[in-house]
Design a protein around this ligand. Structure first.
Ligand code: HEM
Length: 202
């Protein structure tokens, strides 16, 4: 019975990592990328997202609650799970370990990022191009954001690989190899999108 419950929690954790949290991450980076076309372009794209109907409802149920569950249960997994799965290759064992480290780094980054943007906004600050430019006027913050973005993107892309395995989508060694290349592609594309946006604010 307890095992069944654990299985359901694991499946929910896995699903939420992709839908909606992973999709939100990709969408968020694409919106930020509008910064590469200038301040006005970014403010327009971000403003569109802010004016969506039922915004608070969407934020709570599509972003915060799924992310909170994934993060809290993720910490539990990261600190309790065994770090070696003998049927996988050396490379996959490394990825398995990096998945846990990147989850913890992403948690620190996302908590700080939400604090200085969304929570600051709730206290009256205006979240726009200038706000991000000001935050990123500190070289320390540029490095912190770059590490946070790369960590989140790695965690998502590498997580997609294990998501496909755990949902029975990639079963054979060949399909898992193809999936490795596809998810490396996802990592590279989203990293470029995320870092280009970051540089645009500097
Ligand atoms: C940007 C936010 C995040 C995204 C997009 C994301 C996405 C994912 C995805 C897609 C998976 C793969 C699920 C599977 O194996 O089936 C995963 C796994 C995992 N995530 Fe996250 N995650 C995020 C944040 C976090 C945070 C903050 C933590 C906290 C430590 C965390 C911890 C974990 C752990 C430990 C796993 C491995 C689960 C396992 O091996 O069964 N994640 N994540």
């Amino acid at each position: 019975m307890a095992e069944n419950r654990e299985f359901v929690w694991r499946k929910l954790h896995s699903l939420l990592g992709v839908i909606p949290v992973g999709l939100f991450l990709a969408q968020h980076l694409v919106i930020n990328h509008f910064a590469t076309s200038g301040a006005e372009s970014f403010n327009k794209a971000a403003g569109f997202m802010e004016q969506l109907p039922f915004r608070i409802f969407l934020e709570v149920f599509v972003i915060y609650l799924p992310l909170l569950f994934h993060a809290i249960y993720g910490l539990y997994i990261a600190f309790t799970a065994k770090n070696n799965v003998s049927q996988y290759t050396y490379f996959r064992n490394w990825m398995f370990m990096l998945q846990r480290y990147s989850g913890v780094i992403t948690l620190v980054f996302v908590a700080w990022h939400v604090w200085e943007t969304r929570i600051a906004a709730a206290f009256g600050a205006e979240v726009n191009f200038n706000m991000m430019a000001e935050i990123l006027s500190s070289p320390f913050m540029v490095v912190f954001y770059a590490v946070g973005i790369i960590s989140a993107v790695f965690h998502f892309a590498n997580g997609l690989w294990s998501f496909f395995v755990s949902w029975g989508i990639t079963v054979t060694p060949r399909s898992q190899l193809i999936s490795t290349y596809v998810t490396i592609g996802v990592f590279l594309v989203l990293s470029v999108v995320g870092i280009r946006a970051l540089v645009a604010f500097i």
